[in-house]
Write a protein that binds this ligand. Structure first.
Ligand SMILES: [Cu+2]
Length: 225
C-alpha cells in the first residue's frame, strides 16, 4: 500500500511540475527547476514571481526575433505579449494576435515573431516578453524573458530553431478566416480539428483527477488504520 501511495505521489508531483519553459530568449529565471526559489510559481501573473531585476537580458532584433518554448502539456493556448520598458508590469502588445492553439508537447520554435506596426522601439530599447499558456479550465501559466532591442541582433539560425515533430499550432483568429500562414518550423502542418485534441486532454484530466482522488483515499485510509 505504501509503495502504491508513493507511486501516485511521484506521478502527481510530476504532473504538477510539467508546465512550460522559455528556452529563447533566455527567461528571467528557471521557474521549473530552481529549487532555491520556492516563491516562483508559474501560476503567478505576470511573470511567475520572478523579479525583473535578475539581469538575464537577451539582445533581440528590432524587427522581431525568435522565440523557443518548451511545452509540456498535451495541448495549450499560447499568448505572447510584449511590454516596453525596463521592468514593466503592463504587457499591452500582443505578438500572437490574439493567441495560438498549440497541440502536442516538446519544442515550439518560431523563427521570427511579427511585431505590431509602429512599435516605438529603437536600438537599445528595453522590453520584456511575457508568455502565457492556458488550459481548458482557464488556469493560466506565466513566464517572462527580458530583452534589449538591437539593430545588430539576429534571429536564431535554422538549426537552432526546430519544432518537435508532431507539434503544431495555429493562430485562432486567422484560421477562422483563411488558411494560416503560421508554421512551427519544418513540421508545421496545420491542425484543423481542435475537438480531437480537446477530447483527448479531457480524458487525461479525468485520469489525473482519478489519481488525485485515489491518492487522497490512500492517505485517509493510511491515517485511520
Ligand atoms: Cu503543468
Amino acid at each position: 500500500m505504501a509503495r502504491l501511495a508513493a507511486f501516485f505521489l511521484l506521478a502527481t508531483s510530476q504532473l504538477v511540475t510539467a508546465h512550460f519553459g522559455i528556452e529563447y530568449p533566455t527567461w528571467r529565471g528557471d521557474t521549473l527547476n530552481d529549487e532555491a526559489n520556492s516563491n516562483y510559481s508559474q501560476y503567478i501573473q505576470p511573470c511567475a514571481g520572478v523579479p525583473g531585476t535578475l539581469g538575464n537580458r537577451t539582445d533581440w532584433p528590432l524587427t522581431g526575433g525568435s522565440i523557443k518554448l518548451d511545452l509540456h502539456h498535451k495541448w495549450t493556448y499560447v499568448f505572447i505579449n510584449l511590454g516596453l520598458g525596463e521592468n514593466v508590469a503592463n504587457f499591452n502588445y500582443s505578438l500572437t494576435n490574439p493567441f495560438w492553439n498549440s497541440t502536442g508537447n516538446g519544442t515550439l520554435c518560431i523563427p521570427k515573431l511579427t511585431l505590431p506596426t509602429n512599435l516605438p522601439v529603437q536600438d537599445g530599447s528595453l522590453a520584456s516578453i511575457q508568455v502565457v499558456t492556458l488550459g481548458e479550465t482557464g488556469n493560466a501559466l506565466y513566464n517572462c524573458a527580458d530583452i534589449t532591442f538591437r539593430e545588430s541582433a539576429t534571429t536564431l539560425a535554422e538549426g537552432d530553431c526546430q519544432t518537435s515533430p508532431g507539434l503544431t499550432y495555429r493562430n485562432v483568429t486567422a484560421a477562422a478566416q483563411q488558411p494560416s500562414e503560421q508554421s512551427g518550423g519544418q513540421s508545421g502542418e496545420q491542425q484543423s480539428d481542435d475537438k480531437s485534441s480537446a477530447g483527448s486532454s479531457r480524458a487525461v484530466d479525468t485520469a489525473v483527477l482519478s489519481a488525485v482522488g485515489l491518492l487522497t483515499l490512500l492517505f485517509v485510509f493510511g491515517m485511520s488504520v
